[in-house]
Design a protein. Sequence first.
Length: 464
Amino acid sequence: MEHPNSPALNKSLSTLQLWGIAVGLVISGEYFGWSYGWASAGTLGFLVTACFIALMYATFIFSFTELTTSIPHAGGPFEYSRRAFGPVGGYIAGFATLVEFVFAPPAIALAIGAYLNVQFPALNPKAAAVGAYAVFMTLNIIGVQIAATFELLVTLLAIFELLVFMGVVAPGFSVANLLKGGWSGQDGFSAAAIPGMFAAIPFAIWFFLAIEGVAMAAEEAKDPKRSIPIAYIGGILTLLVLAAGVMLFAGAAGDWTQLANINDPLPQAMKLIVGEQSGWLHMLVWLGLFGLIASFHGIILGYSRQIFALARAGVLPTVLGNVHPKFKTPHWAVLAGGAVGIAAIFSDELISFGGQTLTANIVTMSVFGAIVMYLISMASLFKLRRSEPDLVRPFHAPLFPWFPGFALLAALVCLVTMIYYNTLIAGLFLALGVIGYGYFLATHARRSAAANALADATGTAPNP
């Protein structure tokens, strides 16, 4: 009989649910965060940046799908990189993915608080953010089938609401508004606009950040080899259309500079068209929460599976790799990631620096994790093509090596640029990585024991 704490997850997710997770993980990026890119690049400069990032994500997802379908594992990038480059490669990917998925939720929770504050000015946004953690950590613990069905529902509502937003502001659409000061505050392009376009990279990435989290639900998919390619490709196409629509319609609604440094750009853009007392505005605030909730809820699912996989491999404390005896979900992993996120929400003095808001800095920290993970994942794809040519690959990256090569090169450009424009956050990210690596070295015995235990359970040779 299976032990109640055996590290086994429930295989119950359908293709549609995986698509819902893929889009839901990211869709909050359409509601907030991206508009900070306007502050440095302007509407047109940011559009150029966003197109470059969209191309990076499209080539990355088509390439990443090969890894996900070949190695369906809750650890996702951690497992791919460990298989390609050994324990150190696994650590780098695991650390980077953990930073991405643990730091994204507090930024989204703060945006949820900001949206609620529009309706209830007396409500403290941080208190609302903590309340969101409590509700959605509980929902994730109750069961993956319930969580995934809820995720699909709120994702569909979030997509509907974005379409409603575009329809309501469409009568006020003005190309002149979109173009005014569109190149870092200037009406015409000049070389002076280029630095702002590079500085805006983290906020363009926010449009698509975390779509790769579907990989962490691979162990819970009914048919991962068939479902994941459909979910990934359908998801990235959906997000590309929504991102373009949101940028263009919000920028053309009025004075876009009023939207560049706030957490609720869509309600404020709509306010420019319909006024403060319009029922459309209040509807957007309420239904707009669905987009934030979809991503918040989905990323909690993602970070919990990453923590679970790292604990199961012996990298993190063993207790975090336990599953709930009734719900078959990694409950301790859900709670641990939530504790870090809540701490980040209240870490204003630590994270609010460099002239940016708390939310902007949390977004940037999360993006650093994502970019490092993209780099090592693409490197793992190239390595595994050479070291394991006979690995069963249900999906092959198209136009290999050009697609993964472009994704890798684009991610490298993003990383160098982000380090240049965000030196303090880059230093904090590196410091956390070094501290984590020291802990990683100290867990050698536990990692070996975990590898042997898993090998005994599955009848396979242990990983290095």
